[in-house]
Write a protein that binds this ligand. Structure first.
Ligand SMILES: [Cu+2]
Length: 156
């Protein structure tokens, strides 16, 4: 138990000095959908990959009060999103978090997000050895576009 705590502390320490944790997770093209002033939620998207397979077990960001991993699924003919506790990244298979599919939900935004800003997001990544490491992602805010709307049927 003591050793596990110590390792977790080390992972966190390396995060703070800007050295990516050694988690078996590759993150490509992270971005966040920009918001309009009254908007309190938005989505973050990215491509995830892992050599041996990992599980995302949580996320956090200084830009939002609550961060959840969401999936979207058809429910009685209506597309709905719901929080998932664990998101598996299968070995050697790219997992794309994208509008209309899995996404990181930023809830209770502290301020509007304008295009060009950078939002830090910390992913909690559980490896095969059940150790959890923090991986920091810097997601660029992109302007609202004509991409499928994802906020109007939000269940929060
Ligand atoms: Cu969502």
């Amino acid at each position: 138990m003591h050793i596990i705590h110590k390792l977790a502390g080390l992972a966190l320490a390396s995060l703070f000095i800007g050295n990516a944790a050694a988690a078996d997770l590759e993150v490509k093209d992270p971005w966040v959908r920009g918001t309009v002033p009254a908007q309190k939620v938005t989505g973050a998207f990215m491509q995830l990959g892992s050599k041996g397979g990992v599980t995302i077990v949580g996320a956090a960001s200084p830009a939002a009060g609550v961060v959840e991993i969401h999936e979207m699924a058809m429910d009685g003919g209506v597309m709905k999103m719901r929080a998932v506790k664990r998101l598996d990244v299968q070995p050697g298979q790219a997992l794309e978090l994208k509008p209309g599919s899995y996404h990181v939900m930023l809830i209770d935004l502290k301020k509007p997000l304008a295009a060009g800003e950078v939002v830090p997001i910390t992913l909690k990544v559980e490896g095969k050895d059940k150790k959890t490491e923090a991986v920091e992602v810097k997601a660029e805010v992109r302007a609202l576009t004509a991409a499928p709307a994802m906020d109007h049927k939000h269940m929060h």
